[in-house]
Design a protein around this ligand. Structure first.
Ligand SMILES: NC(=O)c1ccc[n+]([C@@H]2O[C@H](COP(=O)([O-])OP(=O)(O)OC[C@H]3O[C@@H](n4cnc5c(N)ncnc54)[C@H](OP(=O)(O)O)[C@@H]3O)[C@@H](O)[C@H]2O)c1
Length: 275
């Protein structure tokens, strides 16, 4: 069934692993990147790079024109950023960036490429997260963007049914990619200073956030596991609406915590995070 697939955010992590896997399986892969060195890396893998920032309409239109002749079977809306931190210390500009990339960028990307996908009764694969199922403290902006993506996926899936375009949401748990280090570094730049009298609590929270990010980077699943799920979403004759891709204990924890009464869930989360 190999055809032409566009992956956004293909320069690193899950996007890169997916580009590598799909190219090896005979797909014609177009990888959205924002940096010249990422374009070179993709070319070496047999992937055709496209300069594409999903928050820039002109990039999306240019990319669509570049692909118009070649057609498109699959769109993997993968580009994303992890904006984290205690909500009182996250400036609106940083929160807005999470929504711009992880939510509005996905909508704009899908909108731009649907005319090409519709012709081939193609597939849209959206990169959600377990953070779209359970909001952990200190991950508020990221979780808000991924919860919203769940809503986008649910609406889009039904709306596109008459056109034969399937919409599949992948929900990875922690994956060992550069996103964690990037998020930590970015937060150092944008987080507001804690108001007077809150330094001790927020100091503790920030230490917990750092530990969580480092543990996720160290113990996360290999990105290739998520790439396999994307391949399945593109190839299965009857793909599911969503695929949770996580270590078994993380998957069960997430599903179990969602079912608990809120006060109990809050208590367990606070204890697990040491906050
Ligand atoms: N890692 C995890 O634990 C995990 C878990 C669940 C879901 N996810 C999701 O998986 C996706 C990929 O993340 P990853 O873990 O592979 O992290 P990553 O290695 O940091 O990859 C994110 C990619 O998105 C690109 N990107 C960021 N802003 C963009 C924009 N405005 N336009 C186009 N591309 C942009 C980045 O490009 P630049 O290098 O140019 O910034 C990068 O290539 C994200 O949607 C993330 O939320 C990750």
């Amino acid at each position: 069934m190999a055809g032409s697939v566009l992956i956004t955010g293909a320069g690193s992590g899950i996007g890169l692993a997916t580009a590598r896997l799909l190219a090896a399986r005979g797909y014609r892969v177009h990888g959205g990147v924002r940096k010249g060195e990422d374009a070179e890396r993709l070319r070496a893998l047999g992937v055709e790079p496209l300069l594409l920032d999903v928050t820039r309409e002109e990039d999306l239109l240019r990319a669509r024109e570049a692909l118009r002749e070649k057609g498109l079977f699959g769109l993997v809306a993968n580009a994303g950023v992890a904006v984290a931190g205690p909500l009182e210390l996250v400036p609106p500009s940083a929160f807005r960036q999470a929504l711009e990339v992880n939510l509005l960028g996905v909508h704009a990307t899908v909108q731009a490429f649907l005319p090409l996908l519709r012709g081939g009764r193609g597939r849209v694969v959206l990169m959600g997260s377990v953070s779209g199922l359970l909001a952990l403290p200190l991950m508020g902006p990221y979780a808000a963007s991924k919860f919203a993506l769940e809503a986008l996926a649910d609406a889009l899936r039904v709306e596109l049914k008459p056109f034969g375009v399937r919409v599949i949401l992948i929900e990875p748990g922690s994956v060992a990619t550069p996103i964690w280090e990037r998020s930590e570094r970015a937060a150092e730049g944008y987080l507001l200073p804690p108001p007077s009298g809150t330094e001790e609590v927020y100091g503790r929270y920030l230490e917990v956030a750092r530990r969580m990010a480092r543990r996720n980077a160290r113990r996360g699943l290999p990105p290739e596991r998520v790439a396999e799920a994307v391949l399945h979403a593109l190839e299965s004759p009857r793909p599911r609406a969503r695929y949770l891709v996580a270590r078994r204990e993380r998957a069960w924890q997430t599903l179990f915590l969602r079912l608990l009464p809120t006060p109990l869930r809050d208590q367990l989360l606070a204890r697990a995070l040491g906050v």
